[in-house]
Design a protein around this ligand. Structure first.
Ligand SMILES: C=C(O[C@@H]1C=C(C(=O)O)C=C[C@H]1O)C(=O)O
Length: 293
C-alpha cells in the first residue's frame, strides 16, 4: 500500500482463524501499520461497521444483504468455499432427518451459517426443528438441544477432533451438494457514506487486502504455521499446521462470477423466506464498479 499512512481507515478483522491469512498478508506487506485494525467476532464487527465505528470490515453475507443500502461491497473480496468450508457446521446427536420438532441451537455469533442451516434443514432435508439462539458454546448448547449450528474456530476444532456421539455436517458441503454452488459466508464492505467521501482510502484498503490474499496464497506453509501459533495462544485449542493448511485450501477469499451467482441464489432464497428485503437484484453486488474519484 502506498498512501494509506496518511489516509488511516478503521478496518475490521474477524478474530477467527478464517482471517489469519489476511492478517499474515497485511503484516508481510507492512500495510497493517497504515490502518487501524480492529479485531473482533463477526457480529461485533457488523454492529461497529453499521454504527459508523468502523469504516471497512468483513461482514456476514446476511448482515450485508439486510443493510445493502448503507454499504458498498469491496469488489473481488469475500469468504467462501466451493464445497466443505470446515468451520461452519451443524453438529448433531441425531441424524438430520430425525430433527423434526426437536431443538436445534443456533450460535449467536453467526448470521449466514445459521440461516443457511435453517434452509438446509427445512428445504433440503425437510424437517422443522425448534430453534433457540444461544451463546456459542457447543457443550452448553447441546445440553438441551439435539444439534447446534456453530462457526469459526470452535467449529474447526470440532471437525478436526469429532467428539463421540456427534456428527459434524459441513454446511458449505451441504449447500454445494444442494445447489451446485459455492457458499459465500462473508464479504468486505465499507459504509456507503465513507466510500463516497473517501473513495481513495477504500481503493487503497481494497488493494492492500487483495495484496494480502495474494501474499498468503504464495506462502501457504508459513501462513498455516503462523495460524497454528495463533491457535495455541488463543481459545482455538490444538489446531496444528496440517489441519490449517487444509483449511486455507478450502477457504476462498475471492469474489468472482461464480461467487456472485451464489450470492444471488442465496439472497433469492433468503428473500423468499422474508429474511432479507427485496428486490434481491438491487442488493447483490453483481458487478464490480470502480469507485469514482
Ligand atoms: C467461514 C466462516 O465464515 C463466517 C461466517 C459467518 C456467519 O456464519 O455469519 C460470518 C463471518 C465469517 O466469519 C467462519 O466463521 O468459520
Amino acid at each position: 500500500m502506498t498512501a494509506c499512512g496518511t489516509l488511516t481507515a478503521r478496518l475490521g478483522d474477524i478474530s477467527f482463524l478464517n482471517c489469519a491469512p489476511i492478517r499474515w498478508g497485511l503484516a508481510d506487506s507492512g500495510a497493517v501499520h497504515d490502518v487501524d485494525l480492529v479485531s473482533a467476532a463477526p457480529e461485533r464487527l457488523a454492529a461497529r461497521l453499521l454504527s459508523g465505528d468502523l469504516d471497512i470490515s468483513p461482514i456476514s453475507l446476511v448482515r450485508y444483504l439486510r443493510h445493502a443500502d448503507d454499504l458498498y461491497v469491496l469488489p473481488g473480496l469475500g469468504i467462501s468455499s466451493d464445497g466443505p468450508v470446515r468451520s461452519c457446521h451443524i453438529v448433531s446427536r441425531d441424524p438430520l432427518e430425525d430433527l423434526d420438532g426437536r431443538e436445534v441451537a443456533l450460535s449467536d455469533a453467526s448470521r449466514s451459517t445459521t440461516l443457511l442451516a435453517r434452509m438446509l434443514l427445512e428445504d433440503a432435508i425437510g424437517v422443522r426443528p425448534v430453534y433457540r439462539t444461544l451463546r456459542q458454546d457447543v457443550e452448553g448448547m447441546l445440553k438441551t438441544a439435539r444439534a447446534a449450528v456453530v462457526i469459526g474456530d470452535d467449529a474447526l476444532r470440532l471437525q478436526a477432533d469429532v467428539p463421540r456421539g456427534l456428527t459434524v455436517h459441513d454446511t458449505g458441503a451441504m449447500w454445494r451438494n444442494w445447489t451446485g454452488l459455492p457458499m459465500v459466508f462473508a464479504v468486505w464492505a465499507a459504509r456507503r457514506e465513507f466510500a463516497q467521501a473517501r473513495p481513495d482510502v477504500v481503493r487503497e484498503v481494497r488493494a492492500a487486502l487483495l495484496d494480502a490474499v495474494g501474499r498468503a496464497r504464495s506462502h501457504p506453509e508459513e501462513v498455516a504455521a503462523a495460524a497454528a501459533r495463533e491457535a495455541r495462544s488463543g481459545r482455538a485449542g490444538a489446531l496444528g499446521t496440517p489441519v490449517l493448511l487444509d483449511y486455507y485450501r478450502a477457504l476462498d477469499y475471492s469474489l468472482g462470477e461464480r461467487q456472485l451467482a451464489a450470492i444471488q441464489e442465496f439472497a433469492a432464497r433468503a428473500a423468499a423466506r422474508g429474511e432479507v428485503p427485496g428486490p434481491v437484484s438491487a442488493r447483490v453486488p453483481v458487478h464490480a464498479p470502480a469507485l469514482g474519484g
